[in-house]
Design a protein around this ligand. Sequence first.
Ligand code: 8X3
Length: 249
Amino acid sequence: MSKTALITGATAGFGAATARLFVRHGWKVVATGRRRDRLDELVRELGEENLFPAVFDIRDENAMKEALASLPSEFSEIDLLINNAGLALGTKPAPDIQLDDWRVMIDTNVTALAVITQHLLPKLIERQGIIINLSSVAAHWPYPGGNCYGGTKAFVRQFSYGLRCDLHGTGVRVTSIEPGLCESEFTLVRTKGDQKAYDETYKGAKALQPEDIAETLFWVASQPAHINMNSIELMPVSQTWNPFRIYRG
Ligand code: 8X3
């Protein structure tokens, strides 16, 4: 009997790569996202018996609840929630940002993630399931322009740990995944479509690829039921930390 994963933000990047890998390994996948055409493409590629597209904006709580309430029975028994939907918007320092960008990041990366997780907890407890949350190296390591994005990802990591405490004794596992530089549409969103900035970000860097993250997620989900990976932080070899900066006024 195959297991079922619900992957948020599956229209591109980590989410789409993860949907492909899990289906390849015999899982059923509920793929969520806003862009119906992208999800339909995934259905064509992976087969409607394997992937169900659930089209909604993750920030719209009612739409999320309606979509999940009307899942076909073959896809409704969720064993694994992958909270992948999330974004960074903008690279400017805090005094210069557009406040709406911060609101969208908090609404998506924090509020929507918490709301869908809480909504699915009864099912995940019933099925002794797994929750994998996509955090970031930015949860630990501040960098200029990371401001609110880093804050949301620190929430994701700490929320994951808090969930573990609250789910003590249920058999539900929770993991925070914290990737560094990865080549995906994420950076085009972050730079608001600036292809030059995108190209410069990855030039010569041998960044992680969405498929690398998918493999990590699959490995986490494939561990025996008595093992909980609390967190995994991964970077490309080309990425390390900066020294502290001292301002000498
Ligand atoms: C983003 C990680 O290293 O690209 O989550 O800022 S990094």
